[in-house]
Design a protein around this ligand. Structure first.
Ligand SMILES: CC(C)(COP(=O)(O)OP(=O)(O)OC[C@H]1O[C@@H](n2cnc3c(N)ncnc32)[C@H](O)[C@@H]1OP(=O)(O)O)[C@@H](O)C(=O)NCCC(=O)NCCS
Length: 170
């Protein structure tokens, strides 16, 4: 297994999007989608503090958090990454798009890049995601990526797991 941190923060891309390290200058655009421990930031200061915690988790080998940018406009459209489990060779995948970039097809390829990186580079044994039962958009996204529901959890949440045999590209 090759856990973070890496000598160089991994940037990964396909033809349309780039997953890259979040810069201080990005944070202002990301306030409304900045979360830590399920708490949402409302100010730049809070979002900056959350980013510092996320950076610490990266250096502690506990997480990797990418900014997703649209290569056409160079704008940051959302974030995704692995936020738990890396120490056990597993990864909880999370993702969020800025509201104005939802339903435009950004997240599926972004998660595919993150999944490929997780399987091939980190060499995760398992990838999972948790969302609420009502989150149709997230469930549709996960199912399109070959996740299957494996558990109903408390607090109206559901756990999905990647069917690796169906997913690994090339
Ligand atoms: C969950 C979330 C990331 C899904 O975003 P999304 O934009 O629906 O997902 P995608 O980027 O894959 O886009 C797919 C949608 O874009 C549409 N779309 C429009 N243009 C498209 C294009 N050029 N290519 C592909 N899809 C396109 C698709 O039809 C699809 O909509 P549909 O599900 O109604 O069929 C988003 O709703 C979000 O940020 N929610 C809040 C955070 C959250 O719930 N995170 C999940 C935690 S597990």
């Amino acid at each position: 297994m090759k856990l973070p941190p890496y000598d160089i923060f991994p940037s990964i891309s396909d033809d349309n999007i780039l997953l890259r390290q979040i810069q201080t200058s990005d944070i202002d655009d990301l306030i409304e989608i900045s979360f830590y421990d399920s708490i949402q930031a409302t100010t730049l200061k809070q979002a900056t503090e959350m980013q510092a915690k996320i950076n610490r988790d990266y250096f502690d080998s506990n997480s990797i958090h990418w900014g997703i940018t649209d290569k056409l406009t160079n704008k940051i459209v959302g974030t995704c990454g692995y936020y738990r489990g890396l120490d056990k060779g597993e990864g909880e995948l999370g993702c969020v798009l800025l509201p104005q970039y939802r339903e435009k097809g950004f997240m599926r390829p972004a998660l595919q890049l993150a999944i490929d990186f997780g399987l091939k580079n980190i060499r995760l044994k398992r990838i999972w995601a948790i969302t609420t039962r009502q989150n149709d958009k997230a469930i549709k996204l996960l199912e399109r990526l070959n996740f299957i529901k494996i558990a109903d959890l408390d607090d109206n949440e559901v756990e999905y797991e990647l069917r690796q045999d169906l997913n690994l590209t090339d």
